[in-house]
Write a protein that binds this ligand. Structure first.
Ligand code: AMP
Ligand code: GLY
Length: 447
């Protein structure tokens, strides 16, 4: 409720499974909030999650128009496409109470060179790196290094495939050539030392000067079972991360988040909302791989459902810059999410589109079994690229169609619940990994 005694109204700007999980967090932890979600997902059926008509990710003016017609108590922007276009700057300029990093702060994610420079400058441990805008110079550097490299396109990429983790010099050279072909004159890459260890996804909520650390997660970024294939946006996650304990949480605070906050302040970067640090637990200690200016997707689907503190209250504390006085309570259950993706329709036909994220994919496929999956014990669904057909039936609309989440007292229970529910959902070309939560996602030399 607001001070005036009416329901709190929130606009969430996103259109992914993460956005759905944020809407769910608002409504689940506050019975008196109504969430408007744009561009959102028309398939969501919830009396307090409503469409925010006309709001798009690529143009903040669409949100201005919506807000003029529909006054909101708070706007939460959680999608990097919107953040990197200065959504927060524009809405704030017009006086709206908005949570999310400004365009300059979001560049920590939208430009890898900026993120790496920031780490180096503010004492955040990270892999050795150099930035290049000349392919020949980057090739010469790769050949001169004694270690395996990761080659990263500087800017945002469509399917999370902008980082090529290489074992050999030849692989790294091929990655440079691929980016040179794809980017042309805009060629700009970061070449960094490849790290070995176990990845961990770290999340915190920031109010601009202080933060609260949330539970950690393990993301399965590789395309195929057994951690094979290239990196993609993620095929599923588990939370908490199997290595999480109080010692690790203290290291995360002291080695990653405290220097991050000092760096933001030193550079005058205005960062409110969720930060997501992709890190690696290496034999030499924690190393930061990437700074992201929003929650991870599919990690949001396993971390946010465990939060029991009112998210409206936390957001009010963010806007008033008094988050330091708050703590975030969690239910301490394990969760496992499995991304159901739009794979190829005919794997036997080599000429047919191979499906996401391997290559081209066909959308508009009818999706059935959602209600049965939702009714499955200890299961929850978050909708990503799912849309309504002309007949108002759910159809696929992109790569990661939906995320099926299971919860339980143990990881195995959570995993079983997720796969049991996933078994109810069907659509042509449905592809998912069968080993989320069963193997440890390692960046090991044999991959
Ligand atoms: P990024 O594009 O920086 O978000 O990286 C995407 C993914 O590539 C990470 O989540 C890791 O799985 C992998 N990766 C990135 N940098 C490294 C590194 N230096 N060593 C090993 N793996 C990495
Ligand atoms: N799960 C990886 C990402 O959100 O980028």
């Amino acid at each position: 409720m607001t001070a005036a005694g009416r329901k709190t109204r929130v606009l969430v700007v996103d259109g992914t499974g993460r956005g759905h999980a944020i809407c769910d967090l608002f409504t689940r932890t506050d019975p008196d909030v109504i969430v408007y979600y744009g561009p959102g997902c028309g398939v969501i059926k919830h009396d307090r999650i409503r469409p925010a008509g006309g709001v798009t990710l690529d143009n903040p003016r669409t949100a201005l128009e919506f807000l003029r017609a529909n006054p909101m108590d708070l706007v939460f922007v959680s999608n990097i496409d919107a953040l990197s276009r200065g959504y927060v700057d524009v809405l704030r300029c017009f006086g709206y109470p908005v949570i999310g990093p400004t365009q300059a702060a979001a560049a920590l994610e939208s430009s890898k060179a900026t993120g790496k420079r920031f780490c180096a400058q503010h004492g955040i441990p990270t892999a050795r790196f150099r930035t290049f805008s000349d392919p020949a110079a980057s090739l010469a550097y790769i050949r001169s290094q004694p270690y395996s490299c990761v080659v990263k396109a500087d800017g945002l990429t469509l399917n999370g495939d902008g980082a090529v983790v290489c074992e050999t010099t030849a692989e790294a050279e091929a990655a440079v050539r691929r980016f040179a072909d794809e980017l042309g004159d805009a060629f700009r890459v970061v070449v960094e030392e490849r790290l070995y260890g176990q990845e961990i996804s770290v999340f915190a909520l920031l109010d601009g000067s202080s933060y609260v650390l949330l539970p950690t997660a393990l993301d399965y970024k590789r395309t195929f079972d057994g951690d094979r294939g290239g990196n993609c946006d993620g095929m599923g996650s588990i939370a908490p991360h199997p290595e999480e304990d109080e010692t690790l949480r203290a290291e995360i605070r002291h080695q990653l988040l405290d220097p991050l906050m000092r760096g933001l302040s030193a550079e005058g970067l205005d960062f409110t909302g969720f930060v997501y640090l992709g890190a690696m637990i290496t034999p030499a200690g924690l190393r930061l791989i990437e700074i992201n200016a929003r929650f991870g997707d599919s990690e949001a689907e396993v971390v946010l459902p465990g939060i029991t503190t009112s998210f409206v209250e936390l957001c009010r504390a963010v806007l008033d810059r008094r988050l330091g006085q708050h703590r975030v309570d969690v239910d301490r259950l394990h969760r496992c999410s499995v991304a159901l993706t739009q794979g190829g329709l005919d794997p036997a036909d080599p000429a047919a589109p191979p499906g996401w994220p391997i290559g081209e994919f066909v959308t508009g496929q009818p999706v059935t079994g959602l209600a049965a999956a939702e009714a499955s014990p200890q299961a929850q669904l978050f909708y990503g690229h799912l849309a309504l057909s002309a007949d108002r039936d759910p159809v696929t609309a992109g790569g990661r169609v939906l995320h099926v989440v299971g919860s339980g007292e143990t990881l195995n229970e959570a995993r079983d619940a997720a796969y049991r529910a996933a078994g109810h959902v069907q659509f042509p070309g449905c592809r998912y990994r069968h080993d989320i939560g069963a193997v440890r996602s390692l960046t090991a030399a044999d991959h």
